[in-house]
Design a protein around this ligand. Structure first.
Ligand code: SAH
Length: 478
């Protein structure tokens, strides 16, 4: 560590800022946003700065004269543009006066540097690379921005408001720390992060015996919870920010077979991982057993994530799990995911709806030929309706027959999209009449079928027609 991150109290005195130009103005804005008072020596005499409110502008004091002789009395830090000699001389004077100094873009003459900052009110994260690479620092900042709940600062202020009163009521430090851990990790913290500060205030007020509340953890009475998380179709970058946060927060992850290893890798390193999925042909542990596992995990105080492919509420039995959790009195929440149809559609450029051409979309499932027999195909003959079939690979022939018998044209474009958004994705397009043949070309699932005119807009369709023309032209040329 070349530099120790510390946080400077800007109320203690003014900062001396020397220089002009955009970089200097950016620093000035940063300082003013942190409530600093700034003595500014604009070396080119231009003190104009846009977009400041009157209160901020009033905290700027102009300094004129030779910047090398600027008055350092009362100043708490010095910041100078890295414009050659002046910066170097100012730095030397500041150091001699025992003041921290930063010369912009000049590590050698700086005694402190500015970190990249994630600012969430009372919660501030500083990221440094020892001055080596601001670009790397910014990338790290983006990741932290994505991971930190938007209202984490509210949570810190909320605790700040209650600090004294709880301190008085729980004098013992370890117990007090447990109390706050329980507040932060439990339903009160969740309320603040969801923007319901009033609820959180009420719940905290309702705790009549804070010491007992803090002690509950040791007696195994903490509230666990279950979060149903949609993992998306496969590409880990298609996880939502919320899903990622839930994974990073989990004590245990119950995952489906469809969830890729790359996604599982995004879970907290020491979270337990339990596969509970069924695979075509192989039975899983059964829905009742899954429900039991979720309930038991939550009741033993764990933060459980139930990780499902795509979206939990699209053919994912999320509804049943939520009902079981509700019946068992377990706290739960649901985080949506990108369902396979949307992942495949985006990847292969199939607009599921299209002005004038496709006004409706239906998602249905036809697991086995037997399921296909129970589908009311006559409701799916509207040529302006796009039909998406999940788990439709084995029933492809029955689906074709059902739609044709109901009157949908054999020329209707269809696409079979396998392993969508994964590195080994494969798509095949053709017409409804050839659906069973198309399905045989994808080398295994998971795959969805998209049936409707919109498939003719897709990238694979455009490529295949192009290829067809080329081969026809070649035949004609011969
Ligand atoms: N809840 C999931 C669907 C679960 S049912 C979701 O919202 O996507 C399982 C079916 O989803 C598979 O049989 C297949 O039809 C489809 N599926 C899941 N992932 C897929 C992928 N990456 N590409 C294509 N189809 C997929």
């Amino acid at each position: 560590m070349k530099f120790l991150p510390i946080f400077l109290d800007l109320q203690a005195g003014p900062i001396l800022l020397i220089g002009s130009g955009e970089l200097v103005r950016a620093k000035l804005r940063l300082l003013l946003a942190a409530d600093a008072r700034v003595r500014w020596h604009a070396t080119d005499g231009d003190y104009a700065i846009a977009g400041l409110d009157a209160a901020a502008a009033s905290r700027i004091a102009r300094v004129e004269g030779d910047p090398r002789e600027a008055d350092l009395r009362g100043v708490i830090a010095v910041l100078a543009a890295g414009a050659g000699e002046i910066g170097v001389d100012v730095a030397a004077r500041a150091r001699a006066a025992g003041l921290p100094v930063n010369v912009m873009d000049d590590l050698q003459h700086s005694s402190f540097i500015f970190p990249a900052i994630v600012d969430r009110g009372d919660v501030v994260v500083a990221i440094g690379t020892g001055g080596a690479s601001p670009v790397v620092a910014r990338r790290v900042r983006e990741r932290i921005e994505a991971l930190l709940p938007a209202r984490i600062g509210d949570l810190a202020s909320f605790i700040g408001r209650w600090r004294r009163s709880i301190h008085a009521r729980i004098p013992e430090f370890p117990l007090r720390r447990r109390f706050w851990e329980r507040v932060v990790d439990g339903p009160i913290g969740a309320s603040v992060l969801a923007g319901r500060v009033d609820d959180a205030e009420a719940s905290l007020k309702a705790i009549s015996n804070p010491s007992a509340y803090a002690g509950a953890q040791t007696q195994g009475q903490v509230e666990g919870r279950v979060t149903l998380v949609g993992a998306g179709p496969g590409d880990p970058d298609l996880l939502t920010v919320k899903a990622l946060r839930a994974l990073q927060d989990a004590d245990i992850v119950f995952y489906d077979e469809l969830v890729s290893l790359e996604i599982l890798d995004r879970a907290r390193r020491d979270a337990a991982r339990v596969p509970v999925g069924r695979r075509v042909g192989k039975p899983g542990i059964g829905q009742d057993a899954v429900n039991r596992l979720l309930i038991d995990a939550a009741k033993s105080g764990q933060r459980a994530v139930r990780l499902k492919g795509g979206d939990p509420f699209i053919f994912g039995r999320g509804g049943e799990e939520v009902e079981a959790l509700r019946d068992a009195g377990v706290a739960y929440s649901v985080i949506p995911g990108i369902t396979a149809a949307l992942g495949a559609a985006a990847e292969s450029e199939v607009p599921l709806t299209f002005r004038h051409e496709a006004l409706r979309v239906t998602f249905l499932t036809a697991h086995r030929a037997r399921d296909a027999e129970t589908v009311d195909w006559s409701a799916l003959t509207d040529t302006k309706m796009t039909v998406v079939v999940y788990m439709g690979i084995t029933a492809a022939s029955a689906i074709r027959e059902g739609l044709l018998a109901a009157g949908r044209s054999p020329e209707t474009p269809v696409g079979v999209f396998a392993r969508a958004t994964r590195p080994d994705a494969k798509s095949v397009v053709g017409t409804l009449d050839h659906l069973p043949t198309l399905v045989r070309q994808i080398d295994g699932g998971p795959a969805i079928l998209v049936i409707g005119d919109v498939v003719s807009h897709s990238a694979p369709w455009r490529n295949s027609t192009l290829n067809q023309w080329i081969s026809e032209l070649q035949v004609a040329a011969e």
